[in-house]
Ligand binder design. Sequence first.
Ligand code: PAF
Length: 288
Amino acid sequence: MTPSPSPPGPVLRLGDVAALRAQVRAWRAAGEGVALVPTMGALHEGHLSLVRRAQARCRRVVVSIFVNPTQFGPNEDFSRYPRVLEADLALLAEVGADAAFLPEVATMYPPGFATTVTVAGLTEVLCGPLRPGHFAGVATVVTKLLLQGLPDRALFGEKDFQQLQVIRRAARDLDIPVAIEGAPTFREADGLAMSSRNRYLSAEERRVAPVMHAVLQQVAEAVRGGGETAPALAQGRAALEAAGFSPVQYLSVNDAESLAPLDRVEGPARVLAAAYLGRTRLIDNVAV
Ligand code: PAF
């Protein structure tokens, strides 16, 4: 039976781990399932679609908002990452989320913090070598969030497909008793994957940005029957560059499970891309 979500209304603000744990424990003791949607805030329809999906699975939904410093490189956008807490809480109230977990950096990383979760293999391709330390930062913070709240399930968007696979693997390897669910990428009408970073795009860059999704679809179509991936990828890269993406960091066809690059598609696969439009780095992927 699908649980009925909470009606729109004020969202409970939870600032520390003890409060989060006590609340989740109370809901579970009352027989209510609890889902967690981890975010870094600057919420958009993509996040809200995750909340709605979570509400269809569990009676209670907690959204964490934490701009995690350990997943940003020294030259990345940590300091300018949008922080719009009151707007985020208003959106969560509208959609009927039950609680927001809002830890401070010192709560997540107290002085002397010395433990990191690293996932081998999956992080050695695609964004891994381009963003050293990024996935260790993600795996560490998500592991902490899962253990802090111990919800029944946690939901993540497929837009960050490599991140999703890393989180699945970490949760499985560490026996974290939380079901990890991926949800389809939420897109603008013109195909652009929703992302908090889209707000960095100029009007001209925003016009060009949907080309990435179009190229991913063309590559997926071309390699679907099992042909060689190289010609389709060369054509796709040229199309991205012609549209103004520079540099194109990767355009690649990879196994959907192991993320190993593929010369030919023989099972479930993904086409993935990362490229800059001006100063903004965009990533996206589609299933083959
Ligand atoms: O996808 C994100 O917003 C972040 O990487 C996550 C999963 C919330 C961890 O900080």
